[in-house]
Design a protein around this ligand. Sequence first.
Ligand SMILES: Cc1ncc(COP(=O)(O)O)c(C=O)c1O
Length: 373
Amino acid sequence: MEKKIEKMFVPHLSKIKPYEPARPLEEQSERSGVPAEKIIRLNANENPYGPSPKVTESLSTLNAHIYPDPSQRVVRDKIAEYAGVDPSMVIAGAGSDEIIDMLLRLFISPGDKVIECTPTFGMYSFYGMITGAEIVSIPRTDHFMIDVKGTINAIDEHTKILFLNSPNNPTGNLASREDVVKFLDTNIIVVVDEAYHEFARETVSDLVSEYENLVVLRSFSKWAGIAGLRAGYGIMTPIIVNRMMDIKSPFNINTAGQAAIVASLEDRHTLLKNVDIIINQRNELFSSLNNITNVKPSPSRGNYILCEFPSGQADLVFNGLVSRGIFVRKYSNPLLKDHLRISVGTPEQNVAVVNSLIYLVNSLEAPVNISDN
Ligand SMILES: Cc1ncc(COP(=O)(O)O)c(C=O)c1O
């Protein structure tokens, strides 16, 4: 029998499928039997080089007893200078995840529609469902290209937001500027999530001053290596920024997050050198993966590579990697049942994953014949 307390929950929340976040190192260690310090963690698109030393330094001198600035003045000024926009067009969040959540809370009433181009980042549908939105998932076409016609045809009077991710996680490809403009011309809110911008070096942020229905999202988790401190931002018309400021939790980014943003931007030169290394490593990793028979990597502009395996093998490969202490990302989305996404690690980590894949894929290709002695 349903308990009294359960009847009090918001009804549509009972249907929410939880997001499947990356598990902590300790759990990965327990699962694989490999000590935590030896785990090769290539499942969350984290930055293997970590934060700038200036971030670590600034964290040691924080005034932790004082509330952070709710207006994010310093942070917004610094981000605006970095992104080449006016500070009035910037709002920072506890990760870009929080901006996705705030956008949905700002625009969605239960029953409104949100469009995503699947496969894509799972948080759009997750937060969308929490606000009571109907999620319309338009499958991508060949080579994971956006189905522009299908997406535009799916827009009706209930559609409020289209989420585009460029480069798209997990497929690695960009949304073309031309397509973004086509979507903007439909007048719905178009969110272009550029969490991996620094690895792709392409942006549509310059279009924000022209289109007030465009929102660009960015993250410090990837290029600046501070995923654990939760720092991201959005670029959008001041009209949306101001309303979002009104509804946001006053101290949404904490003092450590704000200090880390400032220190990262001051030391961007060092961090962008690490990004260069990761881009080179990504290209090398792609060639190595492409040389493995039965592994089909998708070209990527992010810090990760999606790989396709022969039907039914992705799970076996995933488990084989886990037993070696190597964690990559697998998916419950049926469109990705034969795929794994590998984040770009250090050169040593990349060699380890490639060597393990060569071994695993070969052993799956030639199953042991039990009549052989
Ligand atoms: C496409 C995309 N957007 C947003 C995020 C969230 O980033 P943040 O850590 O800034 O919340 C991620 C994280 O993996 C992502 O892949």
